[in-house]
Design a protein around this ligand. Structure first.
Ligand code: FAD
Length: 343
């Protein structure tokens, strides 16, 4: 198995901060995973392409970076089954499907990262989530050294959530993801920015429109280092939402199941007066307040400090606690940013 000591992660985290891994393993087959599981590693971090990862310290834990490649297609009467290996690039995979007339993932175009990370937070955009098409996740379990098939119903998918982020965290890794795309398809144009398209739009038209909107709204991580939305959009009880809405009638809100309402974290940050705020070379993006941008190669710690400051300000003003979407990685492993600070 490819192994590198003192491995710099600067080029594989989209905040572009320097952090050195004492050792990085690059498993590319099941035998490599069996070898890894016999090493008894106590703390490590599984890294995809680093677009949802904040390396807080100059030293990272041991890194496991899977290198599983390949895409398989199985045509069936009423659907197309596609299995993609974890280390395929997500956006290229979306393009691969759309070019072959396999429709479904067009609204998820241009989300940066790997296929293997996509189920972890159940990536979503423009009214579609991965969970909608994910049939099965192939998982390698370190303890039993075996491959386990997690069917859709066992993946615990919810808004930016899955079993892989919770119960299974650090217990193994995703090898591949299998999707089921029904042949009967119609474009999902429910989101603003897509509603100008005709109902007859092809999946390629939708994908191109999504790319255009995303490029106009979000800072390009290759030019302005960032990890997309830093916080999740909070989901609150209807009664609490009513009280807030009466004070802030313009607050954007999205009704959910179970008598709950999702509100826009970006709006809360903007209302707290932090849009465009900058400190220590890090800032809240001028157009999109949910995105923290590393303007001047600040350290991961400066980014974490700003995130916690934003959280406190929103808490003070709205009594709502923002939960980070970005994974915070310290030298001893991945922790919730706030738990680590507190202890
Ligand atoms: C500009 C920008 C826009 C974005 N827009 C969106 C968006 O619209 N919607 C959205 O949902 N997200 C969005 N994101 C977040 C990001 O694209 C996704 O979270 C993506 O899935 C990250 O992939 P990655 O490979 O870079 O993950 P990483 O940052 O490398 O890892 C993320 C998590 O997945 C785990 N992981 C990675 N690979 C594996 C594996 N094989 N097995 C087990 N665990 C694994 C890691 O341990 C970590 O917990 C955006 C990010 C950026 C920078």
């Amino acid at each position: 198995m490819k192994t590198i000591s003192n491995f710099s992660l600067k080029k594989i985290n989209s905040f572009n901060v320097e952090s050195i891994a004492p050792i990085a393993y690059f498993p590319s087959c099941i035998d490599d995973l069996i070898t890894l599981s016999t090493l008894g590693l106590s703390s490590f971090y599984i890294l995809g392409e680093g677009f949802n990862t904040l390396l807080v310290e100059n030293e990272s834990p041991i890194i496991i970076k899977p290198e599983f490649k390949g895409i398989e297609i199985d045509e069936q009467a009423d659907c197309t089954i596609v299995k993609a290996a974890a280390s395929e690039n997500w956006h290229e995979f979306v393009g691969f499907c759309i070019e072959r007339g396999i429709n479904g993932l067009e609204n998820l175009a241009l989300i940066p990262g790997s296929v293997g990370a996509a189920p972890v937070q159940n990536i979503g955009a423009y009214g579609v989530e991965l969970a909608q098409y994910c049939q099965e996740v192939l998982w390698f379990d370190f303890e039993t050294q075996s491959v386990i098939q997690y069917q859709h119903k066992d993946c615990g998918f919810a808004y930016r959530e899955s079993i892989f982020k919770k119960k299974l965290k650090n217990k193994g890794l995703i090898i591949s993801v299998t999707f089921c795309f029904p042949k009967k398809w119609s474009a999902n144009l429910s989101y603003a920015g897509l509603d100008h398209l005709p109902a007859s739009a092809s999946s390629k038209d939708v994908m191109n429109a999504v790319i255009k909107v995303r490029q106009s709204k979000l800072p390009d991580p290759y030019k302005l280092p960032n990890a997309g939305s830093f916080f999740k959009n909070p989901v609150i009880e209807y009664e609490r939402w009513q009280a807030l809405k009466s004070k802030h009638p313009t607050m954007p809100s999205y009704p959910q199941a179970d008598n709950k309402v999702k509100i826009a974290a970006g709006w809360l940050i903007e209302q707290a007066g932090l849009k465009g705020y900058k400190v220590n070379g890090v800032g809240v993006h001028e157009k999109q307040a949910l995105v923290i941008v590393n303007y001047e190669a600040a350290s991961g710690k400066h980014i974490a400090d700003l995130a916690l400051y934003i959280r406190r300000q929103v808490e003070e003003q709205f009594n709502i606690t923002l939960e980070p979407e970005v994974r915070a990685v310290f030298s001893k492993g991945e922790y919730n940013l706030t738990e680590y600070k507190n202890g």
